[in-house]
Design a protein around this ligand. Sequence first.
Ligand code: THU
Length: 140
Amino acid sequence: MKGLNLNHTYAELLAQAQEACSNAYAPYSGYKVGAAVLWASGRITTGSNVENASFGLTICAERNAIFQGTAKGERKISALAVAVLTEEIPSPCGACRQVIREFCTDCDIFLINGRGETKESSLKKLLPDSFGPEFLDIDV
Ligand code: THU
């Protein structure tokens, strides 16, 4: 992937996010997003955004990918990749940042535009001073 020297697993993660992006259902916004989550177990789950004629029912790619994993029993995120087709590097919405936070205090986040240009970020950068399960004495 351009600009980064990624190990095999991360390269696969990014490729799966791009594939999920191509399967996005975004007839209203036209903004297709794909996400892939690498869990601590080594499993990768994917999701794309799914829009609805009742606009508020739309789910983002990131949350979709995370919920695919939790349904398999996964609880710890190691890394996440988000891919779009447009020139602008994507940026997960606030709601998705908080949902990512539920399953990691910090994790690698890769943001990929339509040219395959990739920016490496992290949850700590995207959501500093965050609130999470530890505040409620819950271990995830
Ligand atoms: N979207 C995502 O899938 N992830 C984000 O982090 C930002 C927004 C989707 C929701 C909607 O289908 C479209 O992008 C435009 O907001």
